[in-house]
Write a protein that binds this ligand. Structure first.
Ligand SMILES: CC(C)=CCC/C(C)=C/CC/C(C)=C/COP(=O)(O)OP(=O)(O)O
Length: 320
């Protein structure tokens, strides 16, 4: 007889198998975020892997080969799955391991599942081919596809009261998590400007593009001839650095292992941003990435408590 997924602290064999599936997805696909997720204790690592696998699925629908109508249908099905999850209707022997794992994780941790609807809303903006006039417009999209992930992750991490933080500061934790998501997404947009242009997508705000003479669409690896592409990138880098600085205020509010996870996830992206700032043209030549040993180094520093705020302090006063 099949049983609905409940929040038993001793996960049953089917639930454990579902988590193993999500961990395999995370290990194979999360080229940057896996470094942080691995630093968590088992239960939180399982829950973050379930969140990653679900979010990956939503993202892959948006980026995949289906036509827009078929994408909308798949996204509506995914939303219906979330509704079923909220209603406690996922069975342990469901054929979808991601649903089983996430349903269990949502019983174990106060994960705000509604934020996954925001993620779907954001991917629907992509499917509609939306472009953004201003940073305020782009922020709405970034909140959906990345801020939401920050707030969902915080549900798993929890805050660590009792370390001298005021109630007010603890209440700001979801806002900091959201802001860190924006920092990561803006960095991701800068890194992927070439790939996105090749598929006809422009995320950077139209008024910023105009300000730096980049309003004509990028074509694959070229910016318009008289564009100040370097100026544009430096402008966005400054914006992203300010978001990182604000978002890193989350770190002292977390327990040590959760802080290490966030330090690694965000620290890797923060270094990616520094690379882009040093050589803006690199994003037009290919995908900027950190070597594996550097990602591992950032993760180890996070675990040692030498968190990403140190990068922030070193960065203060740096040009750009
Ligand atoms: C508090 C907290 C944890 C905040 C951070 C929230 C977070 C992880 C947002 C994700 C945003 C982002 C850039 C996703 C890209 O994923 P991808 O799989 O496409 O990335 P990749 O291309 O770099 O592998």
């Amino acid at each position: 007889m099949s049983r609905t997924v409940k929040g038993s602290p001793h996960a049953s064999a089917p639930v454990l198998a579902a988590y193993r599936y999500c961990e395999a997805v995370t290990g194979h696909q999360a080229r940057n975020f896996a470094y942080g997720i691995r630093l968590l204790p088992t239960e939180k690592r399982h829950a973050m892997s379930a969140l990653y696998a679900f979010s990956r699925r939503v993202d892959d629908i948006g980026d995949g080969p289906l036509d827009p109508e078929a994408k909308r249908t798949r996204l509506a099905e995914t939303r219906a799955l979330l509704d079923r999850m909220r209603g406690g209707g996922i069975e342990e022997d469901d054929t979808d391991p991601v649903a089983v794992a996430l349903a269990h994780a949502a019983h174990r941790f106060p994960i705000p599942l509604d934020a996954l609807d925001e993620l779907i809303d954001g991917v629907l903006m992509d499917v509609a081919g939306q472009t953004y006039e201003t940073w305020d417009d782009l922020k709405v999209y970034c909140r959906c596809v990345a801020g939401a992930i920050g707030r969902l992750s915080l549900g798993v991490f929890g805050t660590a009261p009792g370390a001298g933080h005021s109630e007010d500061e603890l209440e700001r934790a979801p806002t900091y998590a959201d802001t860190l998501g924006l920092a990561l997404q803006l960095t991701n947009i800068l890194r992927d400007v070439r790939e996105d242009a090749a598929t006809g997508r422009t995320y950077l705000p139209a008024d910023d593009l105009a300000k730096f003479g980049c309003a004509a669409a990028f074509r694959g690896s070229t910016a318009p001839p008289d564009a100040d592409f370097t100026g544009l990138v430096h402008f966005e880098v400054r914006r992203a650095r300010a978001l990182f600085a604000e978002g890193f205020r989350l770190l002292p509010l977390l327990d040590r292992r959760s802080g290490a996870c966030v330090s690694a996830m965000a620290g890797i992206y923060r270094r990616l941003l520094d690379r882009i700032a040093r050589d803006p043209g690199a994003v037009l030549r290919g995908r900027v990435s950190l070597p594996g040993h550097e990602k591992a180094y950032v993760a180890v520093r996070g675990l040692a408590g030498l968190d990403a705020r140190a990068v922030e302090r070193r960065g203060a006063g740096r040009p750009v």
